[in-house]
Design a protein around this ligand. Structure first.
Ligand SMILES: *Cc1c(COP(=O)(O)O)cnc(C)c1O
Length: 381
């Protein structure tokens, strides 16, 4: 979906700049290091490790790539099963399917729209190798229960934390609960470089291999560190390393994260404060953020009373030059999902929510004027 070029007075998303992006890219060019793992990549790794507490952070070209790396590192075999929510982006499933694994689609909780931990156990079989919680809208999944189950059944946990950079669950950063976690720096995310991602590694046993897989299956990183005198092909892998030009852009954004988050928080709070009574009167609900979760202010959505109500509100806002969009369609009912056995009724909450959820314009530079206009337009509906 691209919204940027649409002639909307208030687009859904707009690429936003924090100020140092061009200067840093110039610096990367002057450094003469524009391939991967240069000085800016190292700076990004440091910030990510320091701010999340993850053992290691590795920039990748996308969150999709980070998920693919995680799937390789899990050594999945054909017919292994990976449990993930049906209510997520395709890459959460595709990365594991590429390794020959079967996605098993789990339903979500009706409040946070996160993986329903109370129904997870019934989906596990002797072939289950991993559970992939997605922290929807940057609100943490119930990690205590998920980790407890994963430990008891000896399955790995990989967090898809594309929405939840720097959010926390019970005081601990998202992305540090699983053996691995993935981040996205796509243009639609809080912090971006256009296209980009990161793999966070929390299990020390995975570090050496993560470096190899990320470097096309070679021990190039050990060579750079002077640990071997030439580098060679030692494992499977691919080209997951982004250019230092992208890292330079990302670095400018990561360094401004406090400002970005403060602004996004104001936007989120304004929507909530000004839409609560309207929602109650229309039988709609606003996002639920449990008190033990510190969210990332990634998005603001309305859950409308019905699909018809949502269609009508989208049209009403469009007439006023405002683009509001729905979100994930159930993966278990997609063409691919049905090939893996997905059927209507498998994930009733997902099926219901996918029809009623509407995301409002939300980007770092959304002005108070434009936001007031969005709120006023909704209240006129
Ligand atoms: C955006 C997103 C991805 C994919 O991110 P890319 O960086 O575009 O590959 C994966 N999972 C979720 C939950 C996302 O929102």
């Amino acid at each position: 979906m691209t919204h940027a070029a649409a002639p909307y007075r208030v687009p859904f998303n707009r690429a936003c700049f924090e100020g140092n992006e061009i200067g840093y890219i110039e610096e990367a060019i002057r450094n003469g290091h524009i391939s991967g793992d240069g000085p800016f990549t190292r700076r990004c790794h440091e910030i990510l490790e320091k701010q999340t507490g993850a053992l290691r952070a590795y920039l990748t070209c996308s969150c999709t790539h980070a998920l693919e790396m995680a799937a390789i590192l899990l050594d999945l075999e054909p017919d292994d099963e990976v449990v993930l929510p049906s209510f997520t982006f395709v890459s959460t499933a595709n990365a594991f399917v590429l390794r020959g694994a079967r996605p098993v689609f789990a339903d979500i909780r009706p409040d946070t729209l996160n993986l329903d931990e109370t129904r997870l156990e019934s989906l596990l079989t002797p072939r289950t190798r991993a559970i992939v919680p997605v922290h929807y809208a940057g609100v943490g999944c119930e990690m205590d229960a998920i980790l407890d189950l994963a430990r008891r059944r000896n399955v790995a946990v990989v967090e898809d934390n594309a929405h939840g950079l720097f959010a926390s669950y019970k005081g601990r950063r998202l992305g540090t609960f699983g053996c691995m976690a993935t981040q996205s720096f796509h243009e639609t995310k809080n912090v971006t470089c256009g296209e980009g991602g990161a793999l966070l590694v929390n299990d020390p046993a995975l570090i050496d291999r993560a470096e190899i897989v990320r470097q096309k299956g070679t021990n190039r990183n050990r060579y750079y560190r002077g640990e071997v005198d030439k580098y060679t092909w030692v494992d499977v892998g691919s080209s997951f390393v982004p250019s230092d030009l992208l890292a330079a852009f990302l670095c400018a954004q990561l360094e401004a994260v406090d400002r970005i988050q403060a602004h996004r928080r104001r936007i989120w709070d304004f929507y909530r404060e000004n839409l609560s009574d309207w929602a109650a009167a229309r039988g709609a609900t606003l996002p639920t953020v449990p008190s033990h979760c510190e969210q990332s202010y990634h998005m603001f959505y309305l859950l409308l009373a019905s699909r018809e109500e949502r269609t009508a509100l989208i049209a009403h806002l469009k007439e006023r030059g405002i683009l509001a969009v729905f979100h994930y369609q159930p993966l278990h009912l997609s063409e691919m999902g049905m090939r893996f056995g997905g059927q209507a009724g498998d994930c009733p909450v997902t099926e219901d929510v996918a029809d009623r959820l509407l995301r409002l314009p939300f980007f770092n530079e959304l002005s108070r004027d434009d936001q007031e206009y969005v709120v006023r337009s909704i209240r006129e509906f």
